[in-house]
Design a protein around this ligand. Structure first.
Ligand SMILES: *[C@@H]1O[C@H](CO)[C@@H](O)[C@H](O)[C@H]1NC(C)=O
Ligand SMILES: *[C@@H]1O[C@H](CO)[C@@H](O)[C@H](O)[C@H]1NC(C)=O
Ligand SMILES: *[C@@H]1O[C@H](CO)[C@@H](O)[C@H](O)[C@H]1NC(C)=O
Ligand SMILES: [Cu+2]
Length: 162
């Protein structure tokens, strides 16, 4: 009995430890990345962003950058008065608070040309039982695969208890 309890504790702990890893990484613009000529409204419109998910801005360092701005600056593409830009070419932003988030490129007139992204972060954590998206990226596919494994483990644990 003690061994069973111990095993179940391990399984539960494993699941709990793995849960934060369920967050999804979204490469902004997918294969196109962060550049001119991509409609980021179209890119974002079919996605639901959850707390803990991450945005990855992928671009050639030096050609672009990423500013986190408020809604006013977003409308006006006002980047001059802003705080520091992210400039690594592989800028990763964790979505840590719910609500609307605005990003723009501060290089030249890139923002006015459409290099801007607004998303809404859901106040929920990524659901553990989210259905696999039909047009899923490999990241979301791995995520649903992982969730399946977790549930199989949980089912095995229940069977073992009986
Ligand atoms: C970008 O995509 C959105 C949503 O599909 C669309 O409403 C908008 O007109 C597009 N913008 C441009 C500049 O094509
Ligand atoms: C970033 O962009 C480069 C060049 O287009 C591409 O080779 C690479 O796979 C991209 N990285 C990600 C994480 O999408
Ligand atoms: C938005 O950001 C700009 C630039 O950082 C700042 O001047 C302005 O006060 C901000 N507006 C609001 C409503 O926070
Ligand atoms: Cu740019």
């Amino acid at each position: 009995m003690a061994i069973k309890v111990y095993l179940i504790a391990i399984i539960v702990a494993t699941i709990a430890a793995a849960l934060p890893a369920l967050a999804t990484d979204y490469v902004v613009g997918d294969n196109a990345g962060w550049r001119l000529g991509v409609n980021y409204s179209a890119w974002a419109q079919d996605k639901t962003f959850f707390l803990g998910d991450r945005l990855v801005f992928n671009y050639s360092q030096g050609l672009h950058n990423v500013y986190r701005v408020n809604g006013t600056a977003f409308q006006q593409c006002a980047s001059s008065s802003l705080s520091e830009a992210l400039t690594t070419g592989n800028d990763i932003i964790t979505l840590a608070t719910p609500g609307r988030k605005w990003y723009l490129c501060g290089v030249g007139n890139h923002c006015a040309s459409g290099m801007k992204l607004v998303i809404t972060v859901s106040s929920a954590e990524a659901p553990a039982l989210a259905p696999a998206p039909t047009s899923g990226s490999s990241a979301t596919y791995q995520k649903s695969l992982f969730i399946s494994c977790v549930w199989m483990l949980a089912a095995l644990a229940v069977i073992y208890m009986m």
